[in-house]
Design a protein around this ligand. Sequence first.
Ligand SMILES: [Zn+2]
Length: 351
Amino acid sequence: MSLIPVFDGHNDTIQHIGEGKRSFFRRGAKGHVDLPRAQEGGLIGSCFAIFCPDPDEDIAQMAKAGFDLSEKKKHPSPPLEFSYAYNSMVDQLLGLYTIVGNSDGEVAIVRTTDDIRYNMGSDVFSIEIHMEGADAIDDDLDSLEWLYMAGLRSLGIVWSRPNNFGTGVPIKRSGSPDVGPGLTDLGKALVRACNEMGIMIDVSHLNEKGFWDVATTTTKPLVATHSNANALSPAVRNLTDKQLDAVRDSNGLVGINYHCGFLRKDCFSNPAETSLSLIADHLVYIADRNGIDGVALGSDFDGAAMPGDLKDAAGMPRLMDELRSRGFDDDALRKIGYENWLRVFDATWVR
Ligand SMILES: [Zn+2]
């Protein structure tokens, strides 16, 4: 059976690639994505997140102050200092360009859906540049212009921390995503600027008030690149039914996240005892509510704990087999795999 092409809505791979880290071009056993494993799994490309981790000094200081670090992810991370976030963002952007430069033409950064289609037909792997949190964007939004020119095509206003634009939800907590205030005026200005420039806004990680502020501010479809159904797994990172309805009504899209803690009913991150069938459960739930055009894939590869029977990007055909067993035919799988992403890119990348 031929592979279903998959454009993946979210990975955190770039943080793990480079000098002293993994190679993108050699098949590795660690982590989830490199080019050989992506090709084995049918991946034609992915949104690569630029994500600024908590600084080591902050974590060391928390430990010194007696803070239980195992509890850290139950709380939002502290805000980042701008210069730290900016430098971290530039390093990762250069990392993505370095992959392309070292790829002998096998990998390219995409700016249009025509780029993705062209690459697909030429066996070139597509990198879409995503920023997970606007922490590195200045209050005047000047950096947005050059980032757009550098290829930025999607932006999560926040990661799981507050910044000048909005507030994110903690990673490891169950319950309602209604934690903290909505977007700031600057956050709303950022949404409008992204609408005008053709940068897709991502509501994954955003708290509920922020979500509704995006919903009433944006002129484009609502998109959650890597979130699941709160009704099946009550992690605060997952979307409530009301939020899913708003995504549907905006002609938007949800990319299913494979993180065990966002799949399971008990929200425990337990790869050995978590099956990829739960990915299918969330996908079926959202497809039933929002239609087959309203659901796609947003793995969170290299940023989360994958179900043991999926393991990594090379395991994608096993997920497709599971989805076939749930009644999705090849036309439906192609929509879920990549066509739905192309649709919302077309709708949100127009200038
Ligand atoms: Zn994320």
